[in-house]
Design a protein around this ligand. Structure first.
Ligand SMILES: [Zn+2]
Length: 176
């Protein structure tokens, strides 16, 4: 009984409307006193009576989302009196189109790089008769094919070949 008579802190809506707030106030769960600007916005755009009607038409478990969307719409309308939310939607649509265009360009570039990588990998695969650097470095046997390689620069060439192979393998892992 004592708690019933105790005065409660008014919600933002009742404070703005200068009326007594109760525990079963319709606005109380959605317009806390700490955020007065939310109800101020919907009050200016929709009016307190319409807000009350709209909330009552919505199931209780959806009222929080309804308030969020109404506050968003009201804030947008205050910032953009002519187009309201439509201005924001148009701006976001423009961003989506721009990003889609950039994405298409990147995907096309990616396809080109994949094609180049595929060619490079097939070239490497065709050089299988080239002895590996691991063999020449670890075992130091230098059993190179009797190819066009010179005698003195074999190790350097093997090293360069191995580095190129590693680079293409990294690229392959990235793109394939
Ligand atoms: Zn209230």
């Amino acid at each position: 009984m004592e708690s019933c008579s105790r005065t409660i802190m008014p919600c933002a809506a009742c404070r703005l409307l200068r009326r007594r707030c109760t525990n079963d106030c319709l606005f109380r769960p959605y317009f806390p006193p700490a955020e007065p600007e939310k109800f101020a916005a919907v009050h200016r755009i929709f009016g307190a009576s319409n807000m009350s009607k709209m909330l009552q038409e919505v199931p209780v478990d959806h009222r929080g989302d309804a308030v969020t969307s109404l506050v968003y719409e009201a804030t947008a309308r205050l910032q953009e009196p002519v187009y309201g939310c439509v201005a924001l939607i148009a701006s976001l649509q423009k961003q989506v189109f721009q990003l889609q265009s950039e994405l298409d360009e990147v995907l096309a570039e990616n396809a080109t790089l994949r094609a180049q990588l595929s060619v490079a990998l097939s070239l490497i695969a065709s050089c299988q008769s080239f002895p590996s650097v691991e063999d020449s470095n670890q075992e130091s046997n230098h059993q190179l094919q009797p190819s066009e390689c010179g005698n003195s620069d074999n190790s350097d060439m093997m090293l360069q070949y191995d580095q190129v192979t590693d680079s293409y393998t990294e690229l392959a892992n990235m793109f394939l």
